[in-house]
Design a protein around this ligand. Structure first.
Ligand code: FA5
Length: 356
């Protein structure tokens, strides 16, 4: 139904504040409401808004005080002034509510902005790390050998006496056993479980589990009671090589070592074999590489796989022959990067490591 039906309009208009006191109340109220609205419009924080709300609408607020004057008016004027006061309270409550909503939204937006993470931000100076020298050398060795047709094998760092010694033709009484400076683990029979002192046990594990022909390299950590000095670490890395095929001899070993050294160090570097002794190879040799100053540097040991080792792994030495080699990756990194002391590799001095 349309509102202008000829009936009485809103109460405020049908009950004008008639008498003097009523007029006084009406005028004061109007200016109070205007003053309050102006203050509310200008307020910039929720806390200040709450103060203003309290000062007009609170228990001791100005509007509440006005209500207390109603008792001194006559009945008619009291009714009109009462309505006017209630209207003023509702108006101000609505204005405070609207302002509070605006301020709350602004404060939330401000907080979101402060907590914003710019995922598209590009940092200009990113300090990138890189692989450790020994890891770089190991990766490169694997690449070179894989390029020559080898696959990469692995074995455990904790070994039994069988794999670390006996299957490699080093029985308990053998003097070579003492030369490996083994670190034993306090498990099972005394001196039966140990940290592997070389990567040669991986030869045995590979031959036990694979039919020849075999062409593997096995890089990994090895451990000895050696005291750390310029050329020794108690925990160091070796890489083992093993080839088992028909008609393999010392010439294949020498050719393989020479090819690998030239691929790793460069074509100008020469290699040589010197007679040596290992119980698991016969004949055995140490292999050296030439240095720019004309000296020779020992890189590792090698030899033709001993028939007893083949038999220990169930391989018939009448049909299959092979060669093996093993050398220190840390010492190789020392040579390649011309370091003075092998301990630099484990001091973890970032100023040193970041140069490579
Ligand atoms: C062996 O460990 C034999 N298993 C190598 C081998 C494999 C011979 C296959 C024949 C056939 P040797 O003890 O010499 O050999 O160690 C080989 C290389 O490991 C050394 O030439 C050296 O480069 C490195 N090496 C040995 N002890 C340490 C150490 N404490 N710190 C750093 N590198 C070491």
């Amino acid at each position: 139904m349309p509102e202008s039906s000829g009936n009485a309009g809103p109460r405020r208009q049908t009950h004008p504040i008639g008498d003097t006191i009523g007029q006084t109340v009406g005028v004061e109220l109007e200016s109070l409401v205007e003053r309050a609205q102006a203050q509310i419009r200008e307020v910039e924080s929720l806390e200040e808004l709450a103060d203003i709300e309290r000062s007009f609408l609170g228990k001791k607020g100005e509007l509440t005080q006005q209500k207390k004057t109603l008792g001194s008016l006559d009945a008619d004027a009291r009714g009109a002034a009462g309505h006017a006061l209630n209207d003023a309270v509702s108006t101000l409550t609505a204005v405070v509510g609207a302002r509070r909503a605006v301020l709350a939204a602004a404060s939330e937006a401000q907080q979101l902005e402060a907590e914003r993470l710019d995922l598209t931000e590009v940092l200009s100076e990113v300090e990138r790390g890189h692989l450790h020298l020994v890891t770089q050398a190991r990766d490169r060795l694997e690449d070179v050998f894989v390029g020559m047709g080898f696959t990469v094998a692995e074995g455990p760092e904790v070994e039994s006496a069988w794999y670390n010694f006996e299957a490699l033709n080093i029985p308990e009484w053998h003097p070579a056993r003492g030369s490996f400076d083994t670190i034993f683990v306090d498990l099972g029979e005394p001196e039966e479980v140990m940290l592997r002192s070389h990567t040669s046990p991986v030869q045995i594990r590979t031959m036990e589990n694979n039919e020849p022909p075999i062409y593997i390299v096995a890089p990994g950590r090895t451990f000895r009671t050696d005291t750390a000095d310029a050329t020794h670490l108690p925990a160091f890395n070796q890489i083992e090589g093993l080839v088992i095929d028909r008609g393999i001899g010392l010439g294949d070993l020498a050719g393989t070592i020479d090819s690998f050294v030239k691929a790793f160090f460069g074509h100008e570097v020469k290699t040589r074999l010197r007679p040596s002794y290992f119980p698991f190879t016969e004949p055995s040799a140490e292999f050296d590489i030439s240095t720019p100053s004309g000296d020779w540097l020992e890189l590792g040991g090698c030899g033709v796989v001993h028939p007893a080792v083949l038999r220990n792994c169930g391989i018939d030495p009448e049909i299959w022959q092979g060669f093996a080699f093993g050398f220190g990756i840390d010492r190789l990194a020392v040579m390649r990067y011309q370091l003075d002391d092998i301990r630099e590799l484990v001091n973890n001095d970032v100023r040193f490591l970041s140069q490579f």
